[in-house]
Design a protein around this ligand. Structure first.
Ligand code: NAD
Length: 259
């Protein structure tokens, strides 16, 4: 049950939704977890308290992942408190939708900044530490693991969301390029591409019976996903059970990308 015993994990954007579920699952699998939050310190503190009450270990660290300085400070704080990192889950993400011709440069840069540049900055910090440390066989057969949360919109175009879809497509190619570069150092970099998952980001797509019925037409498996579906997938990708998986995209979408 403790696949991630003695491992230290950082989950970005973990004060809600998918990030929260991923953090809780990693903690239940034995990892010490940093709950990164942006503005919602109270939710982050509550999740930390829950995890600690269940016998796990967690701390909350605030940082805007789009800021190089804040990301570096967050990693330094993690090293101070936990002494290192074994697992990074790049999860923080936002949407700012508009028809293409109405989309402002500000909203384009905002979404690319958080969703894509934020993942780049965090992956770079984690990789520096993984390279410095190398493999510790008592911890894991990898020197470190990075899991990037993309979306089915890495492959499915999304009218009215060009900034979001572009950021998600970008995450996939960034992930594969980093994986190719770091694989010789026994660092594994993979992504999870969630389908429609019940979280605050897309509430209006599933929170009424009518909306849910519309959404289900796109999902062969016939149910909307839960954050726990992504949490379980993240534990597997973070563990040695997926030791030979590198540069891969795991679609967790009830078959949405089959249409
Ligand atoms: P969410 O809104 O609950 O989670 C996003 C989290 O990111 C929030 O906790 C938010 O505070 C945090 N965040 C936003 N800006 C940040 C910043 N600058 N720095 C640090 N944290 C920041 O929604 P979610 O569905 O849980 O989204 C999590 C990830 O999953 C996102 O990358 C999203 O694109 C992706 N995703 C979600 C779905 C879905 O159906 N819910 C589908 C595919 C992909």
């Amino acid at each position: 049950p403790y696949l991630l015993k003695n491992q230290k994990a950082l989950v970005t954007g973990a004060s809600s939704g998918i990030g929260e579920a991923v953090a809780r699952h990693l903690a239940r699998a034995g990892a010490s977890v940093v709950i990164n939050y942006h503005s919602d310190a109270e939710s982050a503190r509550k999740i930390v308290a829950d995890i600690c009450n269940e016998g796990g270990q967690a701390i909350a660290i605030g940082a805007n992942v789009a800021s190089e300085d804040e990301v570096q400070a967050m990693f330094q704080e993690m090293y101070l408190q936990f002494g290192g990192i074994d697992i990074l889950v790049n999860n923080a993400g936002i949407q700012k939708d508009a028809a293409f011709i109405d989309m402002s440069l500000h909203d384009w840069n905002l979404v690319i900044g958080v969703n894509l540049t934020g993942q780049f900055l965090c992956a770079r910090e984690a990789a520096k530490e993984f390279l410095k440390r190398g493999v510790k066989p008592d911890i894991s057969s990898a020197a470190g693991k990075i899991i990037c949360i993309s979306s089915v919109h890495e492959v499915i175009p999304w009218a009215g969301h060009v900034n979001y879809a572009s950021s998600k497509g970008g995450i996939e190619m960034m992930m594969k390029s980093i994986a190719q570069e770091l694989a010789p150092h026994k660092i594994r970099v993979n992504s999870i591409a969630p389908g429609a998952i019940k979280t605050p980001i897309n509430k209006n797509a599933w929170d009424t019976p009518q909306a849910e019925a519309q959404l289900l037409k796109l999902i062969p498996q016939g149910r909307v996903g839960e954050p726990d579906d992504i949490g379980r997938a993240a534990v597997w990708l973070a563990s040695d059970d997926s030791d030979y998986v590198n540069g891969a995209t795991l679609d967790v979408d009830g078959g949405m990308t089959l249409y």
